[in-house]
Design a protein around this ligand. Structure first.
Ligand SMILES: NC(=O)C1=CN([C@@H]2O[C@H](COP(=O)(O)OP(=O)(O)OC[C@H]3O[C@@H](n4cnc5c(N)ncnc54)[C@H](O)[C@@H]3O)[C@@H](O)[C@H]2O)[C@@H](O)CC1
Ligand SMILES: [K+]
Length: 514
């Protein structure tokens, strides 16, 4: 599902009345009616006239609120409007909608009018939308404080945000001091990027998307649009990507995946990756480890996985030839000899490649090796967590977290790689500038070995014929969805191997959902 930045929302806003011949007031009418409809649907069971307070700022977010107020009154609800202060300044559409509200004699109040929220069933936050700048202050902050105090005393009051909760940065998901957690956020066209990122995601409550009255995607196809797209990875998206199997398929049709990793004391990592590759449907899986670890691996690994060992570059090249996908790094260790060896291998091989864990460490700074990757016919997939990504780029973890989507996008474009930047949420960035944000997964996944499992799933899907970016998106979604399935019965203590075991069921459910 496409998600939007504030710049894209603004682009749509400007395209509509100019190139689209659609007045902004028409979009606003659809948006405001969408909010009113969502409120009625959410309170349907009560089947009575509602007491609704619309809190409207002076931009177009507030103007949407005024449309909703007008609509709800027409439908027989008791409506009043609260604005931050008495002067009637504001955006042209705010002023126009306010004039309509006044003509209809819908009460317009300010904080000076005492307890404006008394007896409210629903409070609608139309203070600020995508136009938020800086911190919340003045009467806006005071209104939000009063709303919070009211909801603390009357927790049954339904709190509804228009477009985004006021104070939430629509691009980064950062929240200003004073932002309130909502029961419902009614957003327009598509969810805003910041609603899919933490902490913003936890402030939205249920997200309802309402249409603007035209296919806004057309606006973004305009040649003057220079914004790169961002998507949310959902079950529907993955459904379209997963490989379908013909009745005649055999193990040779489903790809041979190779996992290279392991070192003394870390044999579990390649084992977890290999077993996850089996569960994700690989036709054949082979794991190769340094010679001195081979016996240990063989005593522990499932019988479905073939094993072997390596000691030099020739071995790695031999093992990887005729494999449909190779993942390198899990548990590899950081001794100098191995580091040099795998770095030579990674920068000279053309096999479809997933680079994880200690193999990322072996690369050092990306500026030194990046040009080798950008020359490849097929991009490599890199799967760093924040710490590994910080080392590759020289950026601080804080600066990555503050804008993970854009940082990931620039990295993937610059080095022409598919980047899986792990975290909450994991994002997948592709060399053409697309970023996809994962929607599955949960906090129970914070266990050693979880990343090895992900690597195995991605490599398995790559081996089954998915393109790099598809394998990365499908892999992160299935991995998270498998953990979400475990989360239904417990919130801690998932083992990565258990997550891997759920993957076939999730794949069946997703593919079967057509
Ligand atoms: N994208 C679209 O196509 C559409 C957008 N619409 C609405 O338009 C909204 C955006 O409208 P605007 O661009 O007018 O912006 P907003 O209404 O979000 O905010 C702008 C106003 O807030 C003030 N402001 C900004 N930051 C502040 C802060 N920290 N403290 C106090 N005041 C602050 C500004 O001075 C200005 O008055 C969207 O969120 C959405 O609700 C809808 O009308 C439908 C169409
Ligand atoms: K809002």
């Amino acid at each position: 599902m496409r998600i939007l930045t504030k710049e894209e929302a603004k682009f749509i806003d400007q395209w509509a009345p100019t190139k689209g011949h659609l007045p902004l007031a028409l979009l606003m009418e659809n948006a405001g009616r969408g909010v009113a409809e969502a409120i009625v649907t959410a309170t349907e069971e009560e089947n009575r006239s509602l007491d609704v307070v619309i809190v409207a700022g002076k931009g177009n977010n507030g103007a949407d609120g005024l449309v909703a107020a007008r609509q709800l009154e027409e439908w027989g609800h008791e409506v009043r409007v609260v604005i931050p202060c008495d002067d009637k300044s504001g955006s042209p559409l705010f002023q126009q909608q306010l004039a309509a509200i006044e003509a209809l004699e819908i009460p317009v109040l300010t904080l000076a009018d005492g307890d404006v929220f008394e007896a409210a069933d629903v409070i609608v936050d139309g203070l600020l939308g995508t136009g938020l700048q800086g911190e919340l202050q003045g009467p806006i902050l005071e209104l939000l404080d009063r709303m919070e105090a009211h909801v603390d005393t009357y927790p049954d009051t339904l709190l509804v945000a228009i477009d985004v909760p006021s104070g939430l940065n629509a691009n980064t998901g950062a929240v200003a001091e004073g932002t309130l957690g909502m029961d419902l956020t009614v957003t327009f066209g598509a969810p805003k990027q910041g609603m899919c990122l933490y902490p913003g995601k936890s402030y939205c409550g249920e997200i309802i998307v309402k249409g603007l009255g035209f296919a806004w995607e057309t606006a973004l196809l305009d040649e003057s649009n220079e914004h790169f797209p961002t998507e949310l990875i959902t079950a529907e998206l993955i459904d379209a990507l997963l490989p379908e199997r013909e009745p005649t398929y055999h193990k040779g049709s489903n790809g041979h995946t190779l996992i290279i990793g392991g070192s003394d004391g870390m044999i579990g990592a390649p084992l977890l990756a290999a077993e996850a590759a089996v569960y994700a449907g690989a036709g054949k899986v082979t794991t190769v480890v340094p010679s001195d670890c081979l016996r240990m691996l063989q005593t522990k690994i499932m019988p479905e996985v073939m094993t072997g060992s390596f000691g030099n570059l020739l071995h790695l090249r031999m093992h990887s030839s005729e494999k449909q996908a190779v993942a390198i790094g899990p548990g590899l260790g950081r001794n100098e000899e191995t580091t040099t060896l795998v770095k030579n291998f990674m920068t000279t091989t053309e096999v479809p490649l997933v680079i994880d864990a200690d193999a990322l460490w072996a690369l050092g700074h990306m500026d030194i090796v990046g040009h080798e990757f950008s020359k490849r016919e097929r991009p490599v997939i890199m799967t760093p967590h924040l710490g590994e990504f910080a080392r590759l780029t020289g950026l601080t973890i804080d600066s990555i977290e503050a804008n993970r989507i854009e940082v990931a996008r620039q990295f993937a474009i610059k080095y022409q790689v598919v980047l899986v930047l792990k975290g909450a949420p994991t994002v997948v960035a592709s060399p053409d500038g697309l970023v996809a944000v994962n929607s599955s997964g949960n906090e129970g996944m914070g266990t050693g070995g979880m990343g090895d499992t992900l690597t195995g799933i991605i490599a398995s899907l790559l081996g089954q014929g998915l393109e790099e970016v598809e394998a990365a998106m499908a892999g992160v979604f299935l991995h998270g969805a498998a953990a979400d399935f475990l989360y239904e019965t417990r919130h801690v203590g998932f083992m990565p191997s258990e997550v891997a075991r759920q993957v076939p069921y999730i794949m069946t459910e997703v593919v079967g959902s057509e």
